[in-house]
Design a protein around this ligand. Sequence first.
Ligand code: NAG
Ligand code: NAG
Ligand code: NAG
Length: 327
Amino acid sequence: MRPTSTAALLATATLVGAASIDTPRAATVNGTAGCGTTHWFNGITQYHSLQSGTRSRDYSIHLPSSYDANKPYPLVLGFHGSSSVGFFFEADTGLSGSKYSAEKILVYPNGLGGAWAGANYSEATVPEDLQFVSDLLDEIRSGWCIDNSRIYATGLSIGGGFVNTIACAPVGGNFAAFAAGSGSFYTDNGGVTGGGVTGQPCTPARSPLPVLEIHGGSDTDVLYAGGAGEGGTEPAIVDWLSRWATRNGCTSGNTTETLFSGDVHHSSWACAGVEGESVLQHWKVDDMRHCWASTSLDFSEIAAGQGPTPIDASTIVMAFFDQFVKP
Ligand SMILES: *[C@@H]1O[C@H](CO)[C@@H](O)[C@H](O)[C@H]1NC(C)=O
Ligand SMILES: *[C@@H]1O[C@H](CO)[C@@H](O)[C@H](O)[C@H]1NC(C)=O
Ligand SMILES: *[C@@H]1O[C@H](CO)[C@@H](O)[C@H](O)[C@H]1NC(C)=O
């Protein structure tokens, strides 16, 4: 990884300076090398690029408007859907709004060719995109003040599928929890052949790994029942969930509550050695198409010919993340 900014150098210099005067700070949370580096235009999304392998990669970062350079913040990576860029995921989810970003750093990476690895139309290979995640984490940690135990990933459609690809790989061990909206899980389809990148091993860095998924029962792009998708064969959502139930040591079946006059079904699993918030959760909205669920109309809903949904994915995902700290 080769950061294009001088942030990493500044961070190192600042950290050495801070250590030499023995400043006590953040006694309970370990911050990263970027702690102590001052940034400008906090609260306004800024664009950066970095070199990852042979590729130049782009991302944007949004800091809390009251960013304190000596305070380690949770970090959320947000992966856009296909034919898109981070800007649209930021707009659809509203995650840079103060409701979500007041105490968190949001990062929106851009996929190569407007997509993420895993589909048969993807420009990047799975190893290339996973390397980008690793390089991106290095760059963010060295330039900004991050709470290493509270790093999360969420994404829409193929971005949600890629979040799962991360969760299945060693780099996933950096994260505290994962959440996908309308995920297309090309790389975790039970080994079914047909179109996309199949047969990727799913070997999570630890168990349990908190995972949440939200999906529409009326999704015509990424079918709830699985089958041929735009970029390859996708799993039935219940099969994909059942594999995570096994990986997460959830021995009993799901508990499902039905809400909003039968339109919404929230399932959770009881998993080995886990008390409190369930580490495997799913929201099915019967009457929802392929979009990022939002109670106030977002662009992805407009594109899907979908109205506002009874549940709000951003609220659910961020509340889920708040329950988990990496052990
Ligand atoms: C901080 O880092 C040290 C050294 O790696 C570790 O022993 C300690 O448990 C960490 N503390 C927290 C709160 O993560
Ligand atoms: C990708 O896979 C889908 C579904 O299996 C298939 O319909 C499509 O033709 C494939 N496209 C390419 C470029 O291979
Ligand atoms: C929950 O369990 C029931 C009963 O086994 C099953 O029919 C259903 O598909 C499960 N729901 C999910 C979302 O896995």
